[in-house]
Design a protein around this ligand. Sequence first.
Ligand code: GTP
Ligand code: MG
Length: 225
Amino acid sequence: MEIIRGSAHFQLGLDQIEQLDHLFQMNPEMVGVAFVGRSNVGKSSLINTLFGKKTAKVSKTPGRTREINVFSFNLGERGKIDDTLPPFILFDLPGYGHAEVSKQMLKNWQQLMSSFFEFLPTSVSLINIQDARHPDQNADQQFHQFLRTSPHYTIISFNKIDKFKKQKEKAALEKKKKELFSKYKWVKQINFVSAENGDGLPQLEQDIIGFCLEQYNFLQDLKED
Ligand SMILES: Nc1nc2c(ncn2[C@@H]2O[C@H](COP(=O)(O)OP(=O)(O)OP(=O)(O)O)[C@@H](O)[C@H]2O)c(=O)[nH]1
Ligand SMILES: [Mg+2]
């Protein structure tokens, strides 16, 4: 199974809690993934490599993605959509922790995101992107406090590992990984990726597919009972 590149379609951008409530109410059985992380860590770039070139806008200036962008995508084989499966959902969430945003913007982000995590169906998993060179920053730590009580399946992906040339840097990151697993008990997986050269992406793609199919089958079974 694969993510069909180019099957991703932009559905809507939203920045109001009412719009979010509406989306969740209309789609209680949504299955998919949400990319979330500090500004500029490469969320949109990763989305583009995994889901097809022009899915998300890549920033020249950090803090570009301000809205919650919602896409649909399909799974299939050898480039063909499997039409026995429904479209899945993909969220590109606005980056957190950008130093230059105003207090008002920060407040808006917090309000919108706390509703998002509170009402997001558990059939959507969270992929927290962090910069491999600067993992677990203050903003990441604060974000994980949001997730403490969240029931969502959560993955951390350390992006930009192409920047690592030395073995020493990789070893340090391995150590960090162990540390984060014991600190953030709710994190199920931590992997290393690069949107730039594609490292680690086949595995991340299979993790996304595995999660989506499992949740879809689970919801189907519930209906049959
Ligand atoms: N070297 C390297 N650069 C990357 C990688 N991924 C993204 N970048 C660069 O990092 C910058 C930010 O990328 P975006 O994908 O826009 O980051 P974002 O997390 O979506 O940012 P916001 O939307 O502002 O929150 C761009 O200049 C990308 O080209 C990577 O794996 N390696
Ligand atoms: Mg972005």
